[in-house]
Ligand binder design. Structure first.
Ligand SMILES: Cc1cc2nc3c(=O)[nH]c(=O)nc-3n(C[C@H](O)[C@H](O)[C@H](O)COP(=O)(O)OP(=O)(O)OC[C@H]3O[C@@H](n4cnc5c(N)ncnc54)[C@H](O)[C@@H]3O)c2cc1C
Length: 401
């Protein structure tokens, strides 16, 4: 009987494990944090689950936060610095998305995985342990996120344009901000300074708001990252309000000052990440391969809210290939690479481009706001390659060409 070893219990490892358990495949997930440790720990991320991911969750029977109750259906855009007044427009979705704190989400899926006969082993896996683990399984899949075992897989220079982070991040869960109507994500841009993503999240205290500041290094807002919240929480919250007022007025106008504040000290994450695409697989022992899935394979900046969705897609493709194939060799790994590249690399290219956008990005944004068929996350990079291509893309998908 085929036995698969998955290392890491983030969305990638869990979606893969659950998809395999749905077909009675023997799976063990090795992870360094128990469900209780994840639930009690610091903010991990602020993930928006989009329609295709929700559809996979529905197919797996793990969509515990349904879009009808927890979702939102649009983006409220506000661009500051493009003219004398902020430019505002709304983009409605065809299908809703959901933001749920992964400290609720992952433990719940870990329980689902165990209830369905999956083996969850709480243990940190060191690189030296991989040959032994490889000999105990037919295939190892590395889903350990952007740190640690990811370094097993070589960096793909052709797909990794950056050596350093392009944004410095401050993500926190706040109370005291009314949702925009209709409920949606605020996508705020302050040209030359950065972006703010304002997300309606379901957290352990119920509905709240994520403020994810994406600060351009040296763009005047670095203090949001350099000043630790724990040093002086009141001063930090005053800083956030000052930044909202100066750069993100469409959010600031909905703040209720008396009730404004971070939900709890462990609900903030300050730092930065470098986008990278790594090789799809590595040889760990005697010709045996380890497959990279999720952030272990591709890290994108959260500015477009795509990393976890891409990780889920990648897990789904890997699960399908495992179910279809019988030899887990380089031929198998090449198939996974091929089957996921349009989405996974498309999302990565597009996000990397968003971080330093070409001028035609503005034209595409406006077209996306008025025509849903133009919104193709996996095709944007291709569409933005040249101004002529952008114009042709808009004409084609807006039905004009
Ligand atoms: C602020 C922020 C906002 C974001 N917003 C979005 C968004 O809106 N939409 C979106 O799609 N994505 C978003 N992302 C990206 C998203 O969080 C990641 O792409 C996604 O969580 C990656 O999932 P993963 O399963 O690959 O890795 P992870 O979630 O990092 O999981 C890795 C797992 O491996 C375990 N592990 C690590 N090392 C070991 C080891 N040596 N041994 C055993 N276990 C180990 C960890 O404990 C964890 O369980 C955001 C990220 C950040 C930081």
């Amino acid at each position: 009987m085929t036995r698969i070893g998955v290392i890491g219990a983030g969305i990638a490892g869990l979606h893969l494990g659950l998809a395999l358990r749905a077909h009675d495949v023997d799976v063990a997930i090795y992870t360094d944090l128990s469900a209780d440790a994840v639930a009690a720990g610091p903010l991990l991320n602020t993930v928006a689950h989009h329609h295709h991911t929700l559809e996979r969750e529905r197919a797996l029977g793990v969509c515990h936060w349904e879009a009808d109750d927890y979702g939102y259906g649009c983006h409220h855009h506000c661009v500051v610095g493009a003219g004398p007044d902020p430019v505002r427009f709304r983009g409605d979705f065809e299908y809703p998305s959901v933001v749920v704190d992964h400290r609720l989400y992952l433990p719940r899926l870990m329980a689902d995985f165990e209830e369905r006969g999956g083996e969850l082993v709480v243990a940190t896996v060191a690189a030296e342990a991989l040959p032994r683990l490889a000999s105990e399984h037919d295939l190892l899949v590395i889903c350990t996120g952007r740190a640690g075992l990811a370094t097993l897989f070589g960096r793909r220079a052709d797909k990794s344009p950056y050596e350093v982070p392009q944004r410095r991040l401050s993500a926190g869960i706040y109370h005291g901000i009314a949702y925009p109507q209709p409920t949606g994500v605020g996508v705020h841009m302050s040209l030359g300074h950065g972006e703010l993503l304002e997300l309606p999240i379901t957290s352990r205290e119920g509905r709240a708001t994520v403020l994810l500041f994406e600060n351009i290094p040296g763009g005047g807002l670095d203090e949001l990252v350099d000043r630790p919240y724990s040093d002086d929480s009141r001063a930090y919250e005053r800083l956030v309000l000052d930044v909202l007022e100066a750069h993100y007025p469409a959010c600031f106008e909905r703040v209720d000052r008396p009730s404004f504040g971070l939900q709890a000290p462990r609900d903030i994450l300050q730092g930065a990440l470098t986008p990278i695409v790594r090789e799809d697989w590595a040889i760990v022992e005697d010709g045996r391969i380890a497959l990279a899935v999720g952030d272990a394979h591709t890290v994108v900046d959260p500015v477009n809210g795509q990393g976890a969705n891409s990780a889920s897609h990648s897990a789904w493709v890997a699960a399908q290939a495992i179910l279809d194939d019988y030899g887990f060799d380089e031929r198998f790994a090449r198939r996974v690479a091929r089957d996921r590249e349009a989405v996974v690399l498309g999302v990565s290219d597009w996000t990397n481009m968003t971080l330093n956008p070409p001028p035609q990005m503005v034209e595409l944004l406006f077209a996306m706001a008025s025509s849903k068929p133009v919104c193709h996350p996996d095709r944007q990079a291709d569409a933005l390659a040249t101004p002529e291509r952008t114009a042709a893309f808009i004409a084609r998908w807006s039905g004009a060409g």
